[in-house]
Design a protein around this ligand. Structure first.
Ligand code: BG6
Length: 491
């Protein structure tokens, strides 16, 4: 099944603002390289990088030569393919805050008005508005143009609306692609396939059968190198407002009538709007904030959050957050959704756990007394897999039930390189398919749910609890879930 069509791409110019930045080097350029090596980019497809650094295209290509290779990986790097890929890449220094600074782009794009034109803003959010204005005033926006934005899209609902207003002044909504790279991950798209490509899940996918859902996005990395940015942001804005809510809405939405962008996004927005607000004391009772202290992993000790040079030593920014959320709808009434995410947690683990209700009446004795129900575990990272926990009769002469797992490991099934999330998204962007991008109202609705939580934290001076780096977060997160008689899945 093809979720999104693989039609051939039209000739394009991909204008990459922030071309020398970290994201470009680690993800964007490698993703385009892979699509080039799979022969999915048309011959006349150019990548025009810009940045503040003064250098020419040859210098930029040389710097990519040094920096990008490790992010492609030795086993996937092919010198001839790389050399031909580099021919697509051009570089112009552009001061995006100076209207005259766009002249090199005007020259480079002249006569190519019929081509797809992508403006990719891999820059700090305070440059979104100047760039939108800059490309507009330089006359660069054509009817075949699109603009793509990296998160964070604002710090709250109001600032997100301001950014969106400035974009809408020069681009139509159909030209604006708001990126959440989680939507590019294979397993996230597989959630759609699992739910809507198989008839047997749907009848179970509701409060009559599901007891609770847990979403964990744990990272072992800290914030080194990005401390100044991170300290102004925190885990709730960085991970929950976007990635985690996107996972949650895809899990919870009603079946869309088609895979068309608006059919899918219309269903997603309904879930965001149905999230029960967490305000005031309810926000405090249903959330946990944490901040990591020094700890250790198997490869050695790591410093605490406050030990970073660029973090004020009295910072109260959360590096961990856990939430208990509910969706007010027929399908989900009474089903708690537990979300947790953090830096410097025990391992890099992204997973969704769906716990089903126990059988209404048990006729069997079991090894564990049915204390743990049937579970569907969808793992996104480190490996991609789907596991289903079911009860079987253990071999032996008595009837004793035992939980076992049906395992589906996508590596074994597909036996090929796992795509970088951006590969799919960049192709869709060039192709003009918005299904896996966030619409303006989605962003606004997500902030509308997040803002009152932050406001309550401030009102009640709800400061983060400490947790040791290399653990699963503060004990308070266990207390949060145990109020419902549950525990986090940490098997
Ligand atoms: C980014 C956050 O959006 O997602 C990072 O800004 C985080 O802080 C990253 O590390 C996690 O993405 P992934 O794909 O590694 O789970």
């Amino acid at each position: 099944m093809n979720l999104i069509s693989n039609e051939a791409l039209l000739p394009f110019d991909f204008i990459l603002f922030g071309g020398t930045g970290d994201l470009s080097i680690r993800k964007l350029i490698p993703s385009l390289y892979f699509r080039h090596s799979e022969k999915q980019l048309p011959e006349d497809g150019r990548i025009i990088a810009t940045g503040r650094t003064a250098m020419d295209s040859i210098g930029f290509r040389q710097s990519l030569d040094v920096q990008v290779r490790e992010h492609i990986g030795e086993q996937d790097f092919d010198q001839l393919t790389w050399d031909s890929f580099l021919q697509r890449i051009h570089y112009y220094p552009v001061d995006v805050t100076d209207p005259a600074g766009y002249q090199p782009l005007v020259d480079a794009l002249a006569g190519r008005e019929e081509h797809v034109r992508v403006f990719y803003l891999s820059v700090a959010p305070n440059l979104f508005t100047p760039i939108a204005r800059g490309v507009h005033e330089a006359g660069l926006i054509t009817e075949h143009s699109r603009v793509a934005l990296e998160k964070p899209l604002g710090r709250d609902r109001q600032s997100a609306e301001e950014i969106n207003d400035s974009l809408s002044a020069v681009f139509d909504e159909g030209q604006i692609y708001r990126i959440d790279h989680y939507l590019g991950k294979e397993t996230v798209q597989n959630l759609l396939a699992l739910r809507f490509g198989n008839a047997f899940f749907e009848p179970l996918w509701r409060s009559e059968r599901i007891s609770d859902i847990q979403i964990t996005v744990a990272e072992s990395l800290g914030v080194e190198g990005r401390g100044a940015f991170y300290d102004q942001t925190g885990a709730l804005r960085e991970m929950v407002q976007n990635h985690m809510l996107q996972l949650m809405v895809i899990l919870a939405m009603e079946p869309p009538v088609s895979i068309d962008p608006d059919a899918v996004r219309d269903e997603k927005i309904k879930v965001l709007r149905a999230l029960k607000p967490l305000k005031g004391i309810e926000a405090i009772e249903n959330s946990v904030r944490g901040q990591y202290r020094a700890g250790a992993f198997s490869n050695g000790p790591v410093p605490g959050y406050l030990d970073n040079e660029d973090i004020p030593n009295d910072s109260t920014t959360e590096t961990f957050v856990a939430l208990r959320a509910e969706i007010a709808s027929w399908r989900w009434e009474g089903v708690p959704f537990f979300l947790r995410t953090g830096k410097r947690m025990e391992s890099k683990t992204t997973e969704i756990v769906i716990n089903f209700k126990k059988v209404p009446h048990s006729i069997f004795p079991t090894a564990d007394g049915f204390s743990t129900p049937n579970q569907l575990i969808i793992r996104l990272q480190p490996e991609e897999s789907i596991r289903m926990r079911i009860y079987v009769k253990a071999w032996g002469d008595d009837i004793q039930l035992q939980p076992v797992y049906l395992n589906l490991d996508f590596n074994d099934v597909f036996q090929k390189r796992r795509m970088i999330a951006y590969e799919r998204l960049l192709l869709d962007l060039i192709r003009g398919n918005q299904t896996l991008f966030m619409r303006r109202d989605e962003v606004a609705a997500a902030w509308a749910w997040i803002d009152p939580i932050r406001a309550a934290w401030e009102q009640y001076q709800y400061t983060p609890k400490n947790y040791t780096a290399g653990t699963w977060g503060p004990g308070a997160a266990n207390a949060l879930i145990s109020k419902d008689g549950l525990r986090w899945n940490e098997d």
